[in-house]
Design a protein around this ligand. Structure first.
Ligand code: NAP
Length: 323
């Protein structure tokens, strides 16, 4: 008998077909996020769950006694309560690699957009404020030849470093818990302790995963160490930064600006104080959101789930579940 799988969003037809060849499928197609009670009901007989970002906690696992694997269509898996999953004998998989270049492109879009004030000046033109030349009030700062500090030089960090070094002649420095000599050589990058990176970078890009260790990693103390001309970019997860501290830093000119794809609360409320600042470029968590990459991610997530339910080791088992 085929294992039963619940999917909490519609997928590309070819991905649904490939899953349907191996599993019986129940797919939530309502458009809105599935309410918690309904999710628990749908999971009551599921052996597999395909999602993107849904919190997997003890309450959900209790409601899903047959569940064996959760496959997320994302590389980040901070929504997995790993301890609870292990307790309930449920494994987790994710989708690294397929999105690296796409997320790196978006990181650069934020860097360029914040540096050259792209969204702000688009509004300026549309609002009919462009009456004369291009006075100093429209000037930005250069990305090329600037110093880039990457916090979290992993798969995506390296794709950003490649663009920075070879496309924009930037000087690349990074901070990780462990050094990566290969990456240092490939991108002529240097390792810096966090405080040094903060003090010497023109762009500080956060790309470390959200963990207990990185929660609120960038706060008042860290903004105070940055250059007043620095631009802070967050493409990782909103909770890696203390948003109140970021607001204060923007309000008091402690840094020049910010480019954000992620927030503590998503979707961010339109009246959120962070959105008051013209020098904040704000995107709706679209790092991996191109049609091709999202389909590739869904394919990878489906393959992970099929393998897990067949009793095989999935291609991208979350590291904490590797024995
Ligand atoms: P990855 O390959 O695992 O890289 C993460 C890097 O962060 C590693 O090099 C790791 O090095 C470093 N790191 C981990 N904990 C750290 C800590 N406490 N302090 C400093 N560095 C630390 O992950 P990835 O595939 O590049 O993805 C990175 C993150 O990007 C994901 O977890 C996700 O949150 C985010 N993301 C966002 C979007 C979006 O749409 N905005 C899309 C994709 C991914 P060490 O282990 O040596 O410290």
């Amino acid at each position: 008998m085929k294992p039963h799988v619940f999917v909490d969003r519609p997928l590309a037809p070819e991905v649904e077909q490939s899953l349907a060849a191996h599993c019986t499928l129940d797919i939530w197609t309502d458009g809105d996020t599935i309410p918690r009670d309904e999710l628990h009901r749908r999971l009551s007989n599921a052996e597999g769950f395909l999602t993107a970002g849904r919190r997997i906690d003890a309450a959900l696992l209790e409601a899903a006694p047959k569940l064996r694997a959760v496959s997320t269509i994302s590389v980040g898996y901070n929504h997995f309560d790993i301890d609870a999953m292990k307790r309930f004998g449920v494994i987790g998989t994710h989708t690294p690699y397929v999105l690296d270049e796409t997320v790196a492109d978006l990181t650069f879009a934020l860097m360029l957009g914040a540096a050259r004030r792209v969204a702000e000046l688009d509004h300026y033109v549309r609002e009919g404020k462009w009456k004369r030349g291009d006075g100093e009030q429209l000037f930005g700062v250069d990305v090329h030849h600037a110093v880039l500090g990457i916090i979290g030089m992993g798969r995506i960090g390296e794709a950003v470093a490649k663009r920075a070094r070879f496309g924009f002649d930037m000087t690349v420095q990074y901070y990780n818990r462990s050094r990566k000599p290969d990456a240092e050589q490939r991108y002529e990058a240097t390792y810096a302790e966090l405080d040094e990176l903060l003090a010497t970078s023109d762009f500080v890009v956060m790309l470390a995963p959200l963990t207990e260790e990185t929660k609120d990693m960038i706060g008042r103390e860290q903004f105070a160490k940055m250059k007043a001309s620095a631009i802070y970019i967050n493409v990782s997860r909103g909770a890696t930064v203390d948003e109140d501290a970021l607001i204060d830093a923007l309000e008091n000119g402690v840094i020049r600006g910010a480019g954000l794809d992620v927030y503590k609360q998503e979707p961010i409320d339109g009246s959120h104080p962070l959105l008051r600042f013209p020098n904040v470029l704000a995107l709706p968590h679209i790092g991996s959101a191109t049609t091709k990459t999202r389909i590739d991610m869904a394919k990878a997530a489906a393959n992970n789930l099929i393998a897990a339910l067949n009793g095989e080791t999935p291609p991208y088992l979350v590291p904490e579940f590797r024995s």
